[in-house]
Write a new protein. Structure first.
Length: 138
């Protein structure tokens, strides 16, 4: 039966090297997926008019949630939803002072978003690709 093939002897050194390559590849793929998920959170935060309005306000300094509610004219649950997305992206940070929560733009999050945008839009090749489509249907 073909389904029941067993390897009787494996060279210990080769086995370790194979496992090392498999682990490395698995970590590379997982790291890439994690990086893409993290990056998508940043662009999700920037893809909504309300969140852009909040960021525009925060450019002037820290605001508490009650001030943002008045300025943006949305409900408390909507503000909470938008702030959660902005906080998860790392672009905004919060600080609690008693019962008040103050939000401001994170300098580190801002720099991270700029660096990610520059990295994912960086052109890999110096040579310009011309006539790269080889299909005769174009």
């Amino acid at each position: 039966m073909i389904n029941n093939i067993y390897i009787c002897h494996i060279d210990k050194f080769r086995y370790d090297v194979y496992i090392l390559h498999i682990k490395y590849f698995r970590y590379e793929v997982i790291g890439l997926e994690t990086s893409r998920k993290k990056n998508s959170k940043i662009f999700k935060a920037l893809s909504d008019e309300t969140r852009l309005q909040i960021l525009d306000l925060l450019r002037n300094g820290a605001y508490c949630a009650c001030e943002l509610l008045e300025k943006v004219e949305i409900g408390q649950s909507s503000l909470s939803y938008h702030m959660k997305i902005l906080l998860e992206s790392g672009i905004v940070e919060s600080k609690q002072d008693g019962k008040w929560i103050y939000y401001n733009i994170s300098e580190m999050g801002r720099e991270n978003a700029i660096n990610i945008l520059m990295e994912i839009t960086k052109i890999n090749s110096i040579e310009k690709r011309e006539n790269y489509c080889k299909s005769k249907n174009c």
